[in-house]
Design a protein around this ligand. Structure first.
Ligand SMILES: Cc1cc2nc3c(=O)[nH]c(=O)nc-3n(C[C@H](O)[C@H](O)[C@H](O)COP(=O)(O)OP(=O)(O)OC[C@H]3O[C@@H](n4cnc5c(N)ncnc54)[C@H](O)[C@@H]3O)c2cc1C
Length: 427
């Protein structure tokens, strides 16, 4: 174990996601540099915007992940530890982990969010979701296995075996539905010559009146027609009431049978937020001051998906750029506090949002600019390549994308089930 905290104040960061990573990098570069310890349950940082591509066999898991230790290799004042954080003792200034309690002088909580089932009975037990790499790999395995089984089934049963259902018409649901439809109809159809395109059904259910609700109406309509062109059946104003083994039951009494339910209807703050119940906000988030500090504990910052930050009357969305900018601000404020100057309020600069629907199709909204179609797709590809961590990952992702574009092939159409581990060696 290193000597972090031996001299100077110790800054503990929980979470090596978008917010935590940015906070640690800003602190690493600060003058004088703070002593930083980053805690995460994984050894890697995940680039979540491309998770759906892992789930739909377009990219390998390692291409959208980067080892946290490698990121901080050049910074001797930043140490990393893989551990599960279970709570925070604000009074004693301790973070509880599965390896014991760790003291801090300053704390930045950036543990992100988890899938929200909104209390709908049966969803948690029956659905696949997409919040991290293990979940993306589980979904990929299930999707590819369904095709294997359907190919062996009698013709009359194939459609029921390939009834694929996505719930949630936000960016994740739209991207997933578009990618699954393309995977099924354009790529797997060639691998399974016995299956016909009409054997596969992809349905997207959204409770609201339009897809991609935060986007301008013109872009929402463009996304809807792009999905429909890809054969996705879109049901708007359709709310899920319960789910059981038979299928999904809507509030209007309709039942939709499905062989694969993918739940992309929303997220809530990570469970760690429950240890800060004195500062409740919507979606289980933590209500913080404009400086991102906890009201009674100025040495504690909460950022990213965990924090509810208001700008004017609006609550900032759960998005990567919000977490990144908050991470930078929290780090700057810690440096200011160490220097004896007051923390500054956070101000989010919105540079725009985008979502992709599939090959040659995306929507982009940036300031007064609205783009849909091929130009938006090129902008989406370029930005995601630039933002990926690591040159190697960028090159590999570019090669995979080019290969798919030119040859209608997805590189990762393999089912890799995790093996049983020998228990005695699991320390
Ligand atoms: C499928 C998907 C697609 C998305 N697409 C986009 C997009 O296109 N554009 C966009 O702007 N945003 C997108 N988002 C949202 C974006 O990922 C989040 O807003 C952003 O990651 C929030 O950053 P964060 O630092 O708060 O949390 P995260 O980046 O989620 O990081 C949280 C970290 O905390 C760790 N952690 C959590 N709990 C514990 C614990 N108890 N102990 C130890 N470690 C813990 C996790 O392992 C993780 O590394 C997407 C999200 C998902 C799930």
């Amino acid at each position: 174990m290193g000597s972090i905290g031996a001299d100077g104040p110790r800054v503990l960061i929980v979470g090596a996601g978008f917010g935590g990573l940015q906070a640690a990098l800003s602190l690493a570069r600060a003058k004088p540099p703070a002593q930083v310890l980053v805690l995460d349950r994984h050894t890697y940082h995940t680039f979540t915007p491309l998770l759906y591509q892992v789930a739909t066999a377009a990219l390998e898991a390692e291409q959208i992940a980067y080892p946290v230790r490698a990121i901080f290799r050049r910074w001797p004042n930043v140490e990393c530890r893989v551990t599960e954080v279970s709570g925070v003792d604000l009074v004693s200034r301790l973070v509880q982990t599965d390896g014991g309690a760790i003291p801090y002088d300053y704390l930045i909580l950036a543990a992100g969010s988890v899938t929200s089932f909104f209390g709908v009975p049966g969803v948690a037990e029956t659905s696949y979701h997409l919040r991290d790499l293990p979940e993306a790999l589980a979904l990929r395995n299930r999707l590819l296995t369904l095709f294997e089984r359907a190919a062996e089934a009698p013709e009359s049963e194939r459609r029921t075996r390939l009834n694929l259902l996505v719930v949630g018409g936000g960016p994740t649901g739209v991207e997933l539905a578009g990618a699954i439809s393309e995977l099924s109809r354009e790529i797997l159809a060639h691998d399974f010559p016995g299956l016909r395109p009409e054997d596969v059904g992809v349905t997207l259910i959204e409770a609201g009146g339009r897809l991609l609700a935060p986007f301008r109406p013109r872009l929402c309509s463009a996304a809807l027609s792009a999905l429909q062109q890809r054969g996705v059946k879109v049901l708007l104003r359709s709310q899920v009431e319960t789910v059981d083994r038979k299928g999904v039951h809507l509030t209007d009494g309709t039942t939709i049978e499905t062989s694969l339910l993918m739940w992309a209807a929303g997220v809530r703050a990570a469970d760690l937020a429950r240890s800060l119940t004195s500062y409740p906000a919507s979606s289980g988030r933590v209500s913080v001051l404009p400086t991102l500090q906890l009201p009674d504990y100025p040495e504690v910052y909460v950022i990213g998906d965990m924090a509810e930050v208001r700008q004017g009357t609006a609550v900032l969305p759960m998005l990567a750029p919000v977490a990144i900018q908050e991470g930078r601000q929290a780090a700057n404020n810690v440096v200011r506090q160490i220097a004896g100057t007051p923390a500054r309020p956070f101000r989010y600069i919105d540079r725009g949002t985008m979502a992709t629907i599939g090959r040659s199709s995306a929507v982009v909204q940036a300031g007064p600019l609205s783009l849909a179609g091929f130009s938006a797709w090129v902008a989406w590809l370029t930005l995601h390549l630039v933002e990926l961590i690591g040159y190697r990952n960028r090159v590999l992702v570019l090669v995979n994308w080019a290969w798919e574009y030119l040859f209608f092939q997805r590189a990762v159409r393999v089912v890799v089930e995790p093996a049983e581990r020998p228990r005695r060696q699991d320390a």
